[in-house]
Write a protein that binds this ligand. Structure first.
Ligand code: PNS
Length: 169
């Protein structure tokens, strides 16, 4: 089987330069790439699903990435992948501690549908520490996250924390 189309799933709460690096590299390998944002992640998201889709689309535009569709899904990733007829699931691997979870997820998804392969991209070294949770924590306390996320994402974080603190941004 030749792999042509792929889905890159995640919480994207919010998208970071680490995710964007994976999107750029996966785009080179696959003829089509879909970003799929899970509506109800295991952890409580900061941004609603509509906000995460909108922020992701805006961030791709800001960094000049075109031709990547952003969708949302609820339920099993494999069902979403099947409904879009993709051949592969893309995931990024940062540090050692990602491995157990990713291994478990890839084997579960392969068990659910052996025709869809999970393909891992090793993170770029400069993003190996980067996680959406860290970005949120830094911005919550007013830190500079401009080297971690595009400007529109930083602005969305500022607005969200102002909203949560009952202030206009
Ligand atoms: O960015 P994340 O939170 O690491 O992404 C995890 C995600 C959303 C890819 C994963 O939790 C997922 O696919 N959830 C949907 C439910 C599902 O399919 N679970 C079975 C796979 S183990």
């Amino acid at each position: 089987m030749t792999i042509t189309s792929a889905i890159y799933p995640g919480s994207f709460d919010p998208i970071t330069y680490g995710h964007i690096d994976i999107v750029r590299r996966a785009k080179k390998l696959f003829s089509s790439l879909l970003i799929a944002i899970v509506a109800n992640p295991n952890k409580t998201p900061l941004f609603s699903i509509d906000e995460r889709v909108a922020i992701t689309e805006e961030a791709l535009k800001e960094v000049g990435i075109t031709g990547v569709e952003v969708i949302s899904y609820d339920g099993l990733l494999i069902d979403c992948a099947k409904s879009y007829g993709v051949d592969a699931i893309v995931r990024g691997l940062r540090v050692n501690s990602d491995f157990d979870y990713e291994f478990q997820m890839a084997l579960t998804n392969r068990d659910l549908d052996s025709d869809i392969e999970t393909v891992f991209f090793m993170t770029a070294g400069r993003y190996s520490f980067l996680a959406s949770s860290i970005v949120k924590e830094v911005k919550r306390y007013g830190g500079d996250v401009s080297s971690f996320v595009p400007k529109c994402v930083e602005q969305a974080l500022v607005r969200k924390f102002a909203e949560l603190n009952g202030k206009a941004a």
